[in-house]
Design a protein around this ligand. Sequence first.
Ligand code: MN
Ligand code: MN
Length: 462
Amino acid sequence: MDKESLKSLLYSSALVADAAPDAVAEANTFCEGYKKFLDNGKTEREVCIYSEKLLKAAGYRPFTSGMQLQAGDKVYFINRKKCVLAATIGKKSLAEGFHLNIAHIDSPRLDLRPIPLYESNDMAFLRTHYYGGIRKYQWPTIPLSLHGVIYRADGSCVEVNIGEKDEDPVFCITDLLPHLGAKQSEKKLNEAITGENLNVLIASSPVADQELEQRVKLNVLQMLNEVYGITEKDFINAEIEVVPAFKARDIGLDRAMIGSYGHDDRVDAYPALMAEIDVKDPVYTTVCVLTDKEETGSDGVTGLNSMYTFHFLQQLCAAEGVDYITAFQASKCLSADVTAAYDPNYADAFELSNSTYAGRGIAVYKYTGSRGKSSTNDAPAEMVSYLTRLMDRNNIVWQIGELGKIDLGGGGTVAKYVANQDIDTIDIGVPVLAMHSPYEIVSKVDVYMAYRTFKAFCEDAE
Ligand code: MN
Ligand code: MN
C-alpha cells in the first residue's frame, strides 16, 4: 500500500472548522436564534410558550384526537404546559414508522419548597430544594431570578418572572467570607454547602409598624399581595424555580462558544425543534418531542417514562387507521441529550480516544449508563450504522465517545424509555463544558451540526 492508502485506514474525528469550514458562518447565524431561545425559556413552561409561538408562526395547528391529517400537515400538542410535541405528516403510511427527534427542556435548578418564606435577623429568605444533579457550591454568590406560576385561592393563575429584565432586582444565596471560612474550607467539596444552606435572600426592609413581629417577612408578603394578589398559603399551590439571572453570551475573542444557563438540554431541544419546523413534505412522518423531568429520572406525567409521548403517537396512528405496534416497530428515534466535552483543565476524568470534544460536531453515543452499562439503551450496531451513514451522506461533522472514564460515574438519558416501547433508538448530543453548572459552555458549530443531523433525519427517505 502507498502512503495515502495506509493513511486512509485510520480513523479520527476532526474539527468542524477543518472538515466543514463553510459551516462556521452558518453556525454563527443559527446560534443567534438559539441565544434568544435560551433567554426566553429558562424553565420548561417558558420553553413551551416560546416554542408554541414558533410553531404557530410556522403554520402548525393544535392536534386533537381523531382529526383528519394529510401528507405535509403540521400539528402540535403541548402536554400540561411542560412538554412540546410537534409532527409533520409524511408521504408514507404511519405503518412505515415515525422519525422521532427527542430532547428535554427541564434543567438543574433550585425549586422553592412548599413553605419557603422565612425571616431571620431582619432578612427574609426563600428555602429551596434542588432539582436534578447540581454541585451545591456553585450556586451561592451569583445573581438569581425567580420563574414560575402561583395559583391563587380562587384557582386563577399568576405568572412570575423576576430578575431577567435589566431594571429588575435579582436574588442571591450568600457564602461565608474567607476570613471566617477556614473550617468550611476544610470540608469536602460536596459537604461545604448543604441543601439547607441554599436559601435565597429576597428582602431586608421591614413594614413600618414596630408592634408587629416578622416585619421583613410581612413586607415581602405585602409586596407580593399588592402585585400578585397572593398570600403565604398560595406558595403551596405554586411552582417557582430559582435559576441563574445570566443571559446567554458569546464566549471568547473568536465568539466561537456560548455561555449560558440551561444548555442541558435546550442545546439539543432548539435544533430539534427548528429541524421539525423547517422540514417540508417529509417521506416519513416526523415527530419532535421536547420533554420534562429528565433531570429527575423521567418519572411523572410530563416525563418520558409516562405514556404521554406514546399516546400522542398512538392517536396519530388511530387517525390514519394504522396499528400502532406496527408503526412503533418500524420507527427510529434520535434521543438527544448533552454530553461532557473533554476539558483539558480536568484531563484526569477523561479517556482521550473515547472522549467527545467541543468543536468536533455532534456526538454519537452507542450507550450511556454507569459501571457495566447499567440502565442504558445500548443501540444495536444496525442503528449506529444507519445513523453514521446518514450523517456521512449529508456531510455532517460528527464524533463518537463515552461520558468519561468508565469507573468515575456515568449518567442516563431518556433513550431507554423510547427503546423500551419497541422503537429503535440511539443517543446523540452536543458536548458541554461545565455541564450542570449555572453557566455551561458549548461550541456554536456543534449546535449547528445537531440541527443538520435532526434535519437530515427528518428528510431521510431510506
Ligand atoms: Mn442533565
Ligand atoms: Mn440532559
